[in-house]
Design a protein around this ligand. Sequence first.
Ligand code: HAX
Length: 436
Amino acid sequence: MDLLKKKFEEKATALKAEMRAFSKENANVIVDQVKVAQVFGGMRGVKSMIWEASQLDAQEGIRFRGYTIPELKEILPKAPGGKEPLPEGLFWLMLVDEIPTQEQVNWLSDEWEKRAKVSDSVYKVLDTLPADTHPMTQFVLAITAMQSDSIFSQKYSEGMSKHDYWDATYEDAMNLIAKLPHVAAYIYRRTYHNGEHIAADESLDWAANFAHMLGHNDPDFKSLMRLYLTIHADHEGGNASAHTVHLVNSTLSDVYLSFAAGMASLAGPLHGLANQEVIKWIFSMTEKLGTTKPSKEQIAQYVQDTLDSGQVIPGYGHAVLRKPDPRFTAQKTFAEEYIQDDDYVNIVWNLFDVVPGILDSLGKVKNPWPNVDAHSGALLVHYGLKEYGYYTVLFGVSRALGVLANSCWSRALGFPLERPKSHTFEKMKEIVKSVS
Ligand code: HAX
């Protein structure tokens, strides 16, 4: 058994015993009361799930196992000479709640490279699709096509004991994370670069190798990818993609099918697709205004026009956050450090000055501040990755780290099938009448 798996088994065995005792002892303690507004309002804030790897605070933003993004930038291992954290380190932290050593992270890079072989049949499935199929559709199909590799599914059909679910899930999660950059790069190259694929460079870490297979080799772009794939990895359990994975996986659907479902959820414009929508909207702005250096007044007018036409401002607002997203701030800090005077980066920063006041003035937007998707497009465009239809795939590759670490925990802790209660409107009226 590898060291990471061994550590996970030890931690999970201890936590499972503690959690079982806790939930039995406190079974009838009330931790939440659900209001009508929450029933009709997308279940905002209902406390209903255990999710170990990260916790989101409305004011402060995300903490991964207790660490903020600036703290992770300091303490997670880095590539030689690099300044950005390696996503391998975050996966290790999320899985076993320990900051890994450089040696452990190097082991994980090598381990993922060893597990990365994607079956030709998956590439054949992709090759049957029209080249203009949206990259997220291709991504979901490729993940689904890899499902025949699922160890969990295979062992389940052979009568696996429920005590071994975690083990098969760990193997599937490690294999899937290893393969994702390869299928994702294949999708990029077939869609935008005439199917001229680039072989992996096994000497590189997970993120840098992904950048290399995409065909973007600027060392600063590789640094960006390390940061990008770290900060998009997890955002506690209630966000749509994470919750979808959690729900589907709770049926004992393996992580290939659960993750594919989560990626279908990430592909919505109110969620991960917002990263493509932001830059598409900025490109439309510069095209309409005939300049890539619009004034703040011009930007404000364009924002107002967007709102007047009944559309949302992409990259702004959040279901939980009530302050600028620290993932936005991390990308802004990266731009300040690595990029000098870029028109699209400047537009993103001017939007940051202009949009919150306008959204606030509407009197209904709970969070007028930028979210993670407001900045990423301008950074990618700066390094030449301009094909914005692809951006959500990058987000998806990163999101695998958090949701698959959590799937390991769900199976190790023996979480049951998820099944909340729904009511008809008539029934809800009856309930309200009976309590008021
Ligand atoms: N622009 C215009 N109006 C907005 C808005 C925005 N950016 N954000 C919220 N509003 C509006 C809502 O549409 C809603 O209007 P109605 O009452 O007329 O329906 C009202 O303000 C109240 O919404 P809210 O409670 O503040 O926000 P929600 O929790 O309902 O929604 C969203 C959160 C992220 C979906 C929302 O802010 C939004 O649509 N933002 C733009 C899309 C976006 O950037 N999505 C990415 C979010 C982060 C993420 O998941 N990344 O992957």
